[in-house]
Design a protein around this ligand. Structure first.
Ligand SMILES: [Zn+2]
Length: 309
Protein backbone atom coordinates (compact mmCIF):
# COMPACT_ATOMS: atom_id res chain seq x y z
CA UNK A 1 0.00 0.00 0.00
CA UNK A 2 1.27 3.47 -0.92
CA UNK A 3 0.45 6.49 1.24
CA UNK A 4 0.73 9.97 -0.21
CA UNK A 5 0.58 13.17 1.83
CA UNK A 6 -0.19 16.55 0.33
CA UNK A 7 0.76 19.08 2.98
CA UNK A 8 -0.52 22.61 2.54
CA UNK A 9 -0.55 25.71 4.72
CA UNK A 10 -4.10 24.97 5.92
CA UNK A 11 -4.80 21.26 5.25
CA UNK A 12 -2.91 17.99 5.39
CA UNK A 13 -4.37 15.45 2.98
CA UNK A 14 -3.50 11.76 3.17
CA UNK A 15 -4.52 9.16 0.60
CA UNK A 16 -3.77 5.43 0.36
CA UNK A 17 -3.36 3.66 -2.99
CA UNK A 18 -3.16 -0.04 -3.79
CA UNK A 19 -0.53 -1.68 -6.04
CA UNK A 20 -2.45 -0.52 -9.15
CA UNK A 21 -2.62 2.99 -7.72
CA UNK A 22 -6.35 2.90 -7.19
CA UNK A 23 -7.48 5.18 -4.38
CA UNK A 24 -8.41 3.12 -1.31
CA UNK A 25 -8.82 5.64 1.49
CA UNK A 26 -8.36 9.35 2.10
CA UNK A 27 -8.50 11.85 4.92
CA UNK A 28 -8.02 15.59 5.53
CA UNK A 29 -6.94 17.38 8.66
CA UNK A 30 -5.91 20.90 9.62
CA UNK A 31 -2.15 21.66 9.41
CA UNK A 32 -0.38 22.64 12.63
CA UNK A 33 1.89 25.39 11.29
CA UNK A 34 3.50 26.84 14.42
CA UNK A 35 4.51 23.84 16.58
CA UNK A 36 6.90 21.26 15.11
CA UNK A 37 6.21 18.39 17.59
CA UNK A 38 2.48 18.92 17.03
CA UNK A 39 3.05 18.86 13.27
CA UNK A 40 4.99 15.55 13.50
CA UNK A 41 2.40 14.03 15.86
CA UNK A 42 -0.41 14.88 13.45
CA UNK A 43 1.32 13.06 10.61
CA UNK A 44 2.16 10.11 12.85
CA UNK A 45 -1.43 9.74 14.09
CA UNK A 46 -2.81 9.90 10.52
CA UNK A 47 -0.38 7.15 9.42
CA UNK A 48 -1.20 5.00 12.45
CA UNK A 49 -4.94 5.31 11.73
CA UNK A 50 -4.41 4.22 8.12
CA UNK A 51 -2.11 1.34 9.12
CA UNK A 52 -4.65 -0.05 11.54
CA UNK A 53 -7.70 0.52 9.30
CA UNK A 54 -5.98 -1.07 6.29
CA UNK A 55 -4.04 -3.71 8.24
CA UNK A 56 -0.75 -2.80 6.59
CA UNK A 57 2.42 -0.73 6.90
CA UNK A 58 2.12 1.66 3.97
CA UNK A 59 5.08 3.43 2.37
CA UNK A 60 5.03 7.19 3.02
CA UNK A 61 5.71 9.88 0.43
CA UNK A 62 5.14 13.54 1.21
CA UNK A 63 4.50 16.51 -1.05
CA UNK A 64 5.61 19.62 0.77
CA UNK A 65 5.22 23.34 -0.08
CA UNK A 66 8.86 24.28 0.26
CA UNK A 67 12.46 23.53 -0.65
CA UNK A 68 15.54 22.06 0.99
CA UNK A 69 18.36 24.26 2.15
CA UNK A 70 21.32 23.97 -0.19
CA UNK A 71 23.83 23.40 2.64
CA UNK A 72 22.30 21.15 5.28
CA UNK A 73 19.20 19.63 3.63
CA UNK A 74 16.88 21.22 6.19
CA UNK A 75 13.50 22.38 4.93
CA UNK A 76 12.33 25.90 4.20
CA UNK A 77 8.64 26.77 3.85
CA UNK A 78 6.82 30.09 3.99
CA UNK A 79 3.47 28.37 4.59
CA UNK A 80 4.54 26.09 7.45
CA UNK A 81 7.00 28.08 9.59
CA UNK A 82 7.47 25.36 12.24
CA UNK A 83 9.30 23.15 9.71
CA UNK A 84 11.93 25.77 8.81
CA UNK A 85 15.41 24.46 9.60
CA UNK A 86 14.14 20.99 10.53
CA UNK A 87 15.34 17.65 9.15
CA UNK A 88 11.78 16.67 8.28
CA UNK A 89 12.57 13.57 6.26
CA UNK A 90 14.92 12.08 8.87
CA UNK A 91 12.60 12.96 11.77
CA UNK A 92 9.60 11.30 10.10
CA UNK A 93 11.62 8.25 9.00
CA UNK A 94 12.62 7.77 12.64
CA UNK A 95 9.14 8.45 14.03
CA UNK A 96 7.21 6.28 11.54
CA UNK A 97 9.86 3.51 11.48
CA UNK A 98 9.87 3.23 7.71
CA UNK A 99 11.57 5.12 4.87
CA UNK A 100 9.87 8.47 4.26
CA UNK A 101 10.45 10.58 1.16
CA UNK A 102 9.67 14.29 1.15
CA UNK A 103 9.58 16.20 -2.10
CA UNK A 104 8.49 19.64 -3.25
CA UNK A 105 4.76 19.61 -4.04
CA UNK A 106 5.22 20.95 -7.58
CA UNK A 107 7.46 17.97 -8.31
CA UNK A 108 4.79 15.61 -6.94
CA UNK A 109 2.30 17.22 -9.32
CA UNK A 110 4.68 16.63 -12.26
CA UNK A 111 5.27 13.01 -11.27
CA UNK A 112 1.56 12.30 -10.90
CA UNK A 113 0.58 13.80 -14.25
CA UNK A 114 3.56 12.25 -16.07
CA UNK A 115 3.10 8.72 -14.73
CA UNK A 116 -0.65 8.37 -14.14
CA UNK A 117 -2.26 11.49 -15.57
CA UNK A 118 -2.71 13.40 -18.80
CA UNK A 119 0.93 12.95 -19.96
CA UNK A 120 1.20 9.23 -19.23
CA UNK A 121 1.78 8.42 -22.92
CA UNK A 122 4.73 10.84 -23.21
CA UNK A 123 8.43 10.25 -22.54
CA UNK A 124 9.87 13.51 -21.24
CA UNK A 125 7.36 15.63 -19.38
CA UNK A 126 7.53 18.95 -17.60
CA UNK A 127 4.80 19.77 -15.08
CA UNK A 128 4.47 23.55 -14.89
CA UNK A 129 2.43 24.91 -11.98
CA UNK A 130 1.13 28.41 -12.62
CA UNK A 131 -0.63 29.64 -9.51
CA UNK A 132 0.39 32.20 -6.91
CA UNK A 133 3.94 31.34 -7.95
CA UNK A 134 5.47 29.27 -10.73
CA UNK A 135 7.18 25.97 -9.97
CA UNK A 136 7.53 22.63 -11.61
CA UNK A 137 9.33 19.41 -12.16
CA UNK A 138 10.64 17.22 -14.94
CA UNK A 139 9.92 13.51 -15.31
CA UNK A 140 11.84 11.38 -17.80
CA UNK A 141 10.58 7.85 -18.52
CA UNK A 142 8.57 7.86 -15.29
CA UNK A 143 11.45 9.10 -13.12
CA UNK A 144 11.45 12.44 -11.32
CA UNK A 145 14.64 14.37 -12.11
CA UNK A 146 15.31 16.67 -9.17
CA UNK A 147 18.96 17.50 -9.79
CA UNK A 148 21.74 17.20 -7.22
CA UNK A 149 20.28 19.69 -4.72
CA UNK A 150 16.62 19.30 -5.57
CA UNK A 151 15.94 22.59 -7.29
CA UNK A 152 15.89 21.50 -10.92
CA UNK A 153 12.60 22.74 -12.34
CA UNK A 154 12.48 26.04 -10.42
CA UNK A 155 11.62 27.79 -13.67
CA UNK A 156 9.78 30.64 -11.91
CA UNK A 157 13.16 32.04 -10.85
CA UNK A 158 14.80 31.93 -14.24
CA UNK A 159 14.96 35.50 -15.55
CA UNK A 160 12.26 36.52 -18.01
CA UNK A 161 13.41 37.07 -21.59
CA UNK A 162 14.75 40.63 -22.08
CA UNK A 163 13.23 40.69 -25.56
CA UNK A 164 9.65 40.42 -24.27
CA UNK A 165 10.25 43.00 -21.51
CA UNK A 166 11.49 45.42 -24.14
CA UNK A 167 8.75 44.54 -26.64
CA UNK A 168 5.96 45.36 -24.17
CA UNK A 169 7.81 48.11 -22.26
CA UNK A 170 7.52 46.29 -18.93
CA UNK A 171 10.03 47.05 -16.13
CA UNK A 172 12.30 44.57 -14.38
CA UNK A 173 10.49 43.74 -11.14
CA UNK A 174 12.12 42.39 -7.97
CA UNK A 175 11.18 38.89 -6.78
CA UNK A 176 10.60 37.68 -3.22
CA UNK A 177 13.52 35.26 -3.71
CA UNK A 178 15.96 38.18 -3.73
CA UNK A 179 16.66 38.17 -7.47
CA UNK A 180 15.30 40.63 -10.01
CA UNK A 181 13.32 39.97 -13.18
CA UNK A 182 12.30 36.39 -12.27
CA UNK A 183 9.74 34.91 -14.68
CA UNK A 184 7.36 34.27 -11.75
CA UNK A 185 6.74 38.02 -11.44
CA UNK A 186 5.21 38.02 -14.94
CA UNK A 187 3.90 34.58 -15.80
CA UNK A 188 2.27 33.26 -12.59
CA UNK A 189 -1.30 34.17 -11.60
CA UNK A 190 0.25 36.92 -9.47
CA UNK A 191 2.26 37.93 -12.53
CA UNK A 192 -0.96 38.46 -14.49
CA UNK A 193 -2.11 40.77 -11.67
CA UNK A 194 1.24 42.64 -11.73
CA UNK A 195 0.95 43.19 -15.48
CA UNK A 196 -2.66 44.35 -15.25
CA UNK A 197 -1.96 46.74 -12.39
CA UNK A 198 1.03 48.20 -14.22
CA UNK A 199 -0.81 48.73 -17.51
CA UNK A 200 -3.86 50.08 -15.65
CA UNK A 201 -1.68 52.65 -13.89
CA UNK A 202 -0.16 53.65 -17.24
CA UNK A 203 -3.55 53.91 -18.96
CA UNK A 204 -5.49 55.65 -16.19
CA UNK A 205 -2.78 57.31 -14.10
CA UNK A 206 -4.23 55.81 -10.92
CA UNK A 207 -3.11 52.79 -8.92
CA UNK A 208 -5.47 49.85 -8.67
CA UNK A 209 -5.95 48.43 -5.16
CA UNK A 210 -6.35 44.73 -5.73
CA UNK A 211 -7.61 42.59 -8.56
CA UNK A 212 -7.38 38.81 -8.72
CA UNK A 213 -6.31 36.74 -11.72
CA UNK A 214 -9.88 35.33 -11.82
CA UNK A 215 -11.34 38.86 -12.00
CA UNK A 216 -8.94 39.75 -14.81
CA UNK A 217 -9.96 36.61 -16.74
CA UNK A 218 -13.64 37.58 -16.34
CA UNK A 219 -12.81 40.97 -17.88
CA UNK A 220 -11.03 39.15 -20.74
CA UNK A 221 -14.17 37.05 -21.32
CA UNK A 222 -16.19 40.29 -21.53
CA UNK A 223 -13.61 41.58 -24.04
CA UNK A 224 -12.71 44.57 -21.89
CA UNK A 225 -9.92 46.24 -23.96
CA UNK A 226 -7.23 46.70 -21.27
CA UNK A 227 -7.67 43.18 -19.83
CA UNK A 228 -7.62 41.71 -23.35
CA UNK A 229 -4.41 43.56 -24.23
CA UNK A 230 -2.76 42.55 -20.93
CA UNK A 231 -3.76 38.91 -21.42
CA UNK A 232 -2.11 38.89 -24.87
CA UNK A 233 1.11 40.21 -23.28
CA UNK A 234 0.81 37.64 -20.47
CA UNK A 235 0.42 34.66 -22.82
CA UNK A 236 3.38 35.76 -24.94
CA UNK A 237 5.55 36.15 -21.82
CA UNK A 238 4.41 32.73 -20.59
CA UNK A 239 5.20 31.25 -24.02
CA UNK A 240 8.67 32.76 -23.92
CA UNK A 241 9.23 31.28 -20.46
CA UNK A 242 8.00 27.83 -21.57
CA UNK A 243 10.31 28.08 -24.61
CA UNK A 244 13.17 28.34 -22.10
CA UNK A 245 11.90 25.11 -20.50
CA UNK A 246 11.77 23.49 -23.92
CA UNK A 247 15.36 24.49 -24.73
CA UNK A 248 16.47 23.21 -21.30
CA UNK A 249 14.64 19.88 -21.20
CA UNK A 250 13.50 19.09 -24.78
CA UNK A 251 10.14 17.71 -23.66
CA UNK A 252 7.36 16.07 -25.67
CA UNK A 253 4.66 17.36 -23.28
CA UNK A 254 4.18 20.15 -20.77
CA UNK A 255 1.28 19.72 -18.34
CA UNK A 256 -0.06 22.92 -16.79
CA UNK A 257 -1.19 23.01 -13.17
CA UNK A 258 -2.31 25.62 -10.64
CA UNK A 259 -5.12 28.15 -10.98
CA UNK A 260 -4.12 29.38 -14.46
CA UNK A 261 -4.39 25.83 -15.85
CA UNK A 262 -8.17 26.39 -15.89
CA UNK A 263 -7.82 29.05 -18.61
CA UNK A 264 -8.71 27.18 -21.80
CA UNK A 265 -7.32 29.90 -24.09
CA UNK A 266 -3.80 28.97 -22.94
CA UNK A 267 -4.00 25.56 -24.64
CA UNK A 268 -5.03 27.15 -27.95
CA UNK A 269 -2.53 29.98 -27.96
CA UNK A 270 0.62 28.60 -26.32
CA UNK A 271 1.99 26.09 -28.89
CA UNK A 272 2.06 28.64 -31.74
CA UNK A 273 3.50 31.36 -29.49
CA UNK A 274 6.14 29.03 -28.00
CA UNK A 275 7.29 28.22 -31.55
CA UNK A 276 7.94 31.93 -32.15
CA UNK A 277 10.39 31.92 -29.22
CA UNK A 278 12.26 28.85 -30.47
CA UNK A 279 14.85 28.72 -33.21
CA UNK A 280 14.14 26.88 -36.46
CA UNK A 281 13.89 23.09 -36.16
CA UNK A 282 12.86 23.29 -32.49
CA UNK A 283 9.15 22.84 -31.86
CA UNK A 284 6.71 23.42 -29.04
CA UNK A 285 5.75 20.30 -27.10
CA UNK A 286 2.09 19.39 -26.63
CA UNK A 287 0.55 21.59 -23.91
CA UNK A 288 -1.87 19.55 -21.78
CA UNK A 289 -4.39 20.34 -19.04
CA UNK A 290 -3.95 18.31 -15.85
CA UNK A 291 -6.00 15.15 -15.35
CA UNK A 292 -6.04 15.10 -11.56
CA UNK A 293 -5.64 18.81 -10.75
CA UNK A 294 -5.67 19.30 -6.98
CA UNK A 295 -5.77 15.52 -6.44
CA UNK A 296 -2.35 15.23 -8.10
CA UNK A 297 -0.45 16.08 -4.92
CA UNK A 298 -1.29 12.91 -2.98
CA UNK A 299 -0.82 10.70 -6.05
CA UNK A 300 2.60 12.14 -6.86
CA UNK A 301 3.69 11.83 -3.23
CA UNK A 302 2.58 8.18 -3.12
CA UNK A 303 4.51 7.60 -6.37
CA UNK A 304 7.78 8.71 -4.74
CA UNK A 305 8.19 5.10 -3.55
CA UNK A 306 7.30 3.59 -6.90
CA UNK A 307 10.94 2.78 -7.63
CA UNK A 308 10.63 0.15 -4.91
CA UNK A 309 7.58 -1.48 -6.51
ZN1 LIG B 1 12.73 34.77 -7.94
Amino acid sequence: MYYGFDIGGTKIQLAAFDQQFKLVKQQRQATPTQDYPEFLNKIQSMVQQFDSALQTTGSVGIGFPGIRDYHDGAFISVNIPCVIGKQLEEDLTHLLQRPVRVENDCKCFALSEAVLGSAKDYQNVFGAIIGTGAGGGQVTAGKLCTGVHGFAGEWGHIGINAYVLDKYKIPVWPCACGLKGCAEQYISGSGLQNLYRYKHQQAHGSALDTITAEQIMLLVERQEPLATAVFEIYVDMLASSLATIQLSYDTDAIVLGGGMSNVSALYEKLPGLINRHLFDRAESPVILPPQFGDASGVRGAALLHRDEM
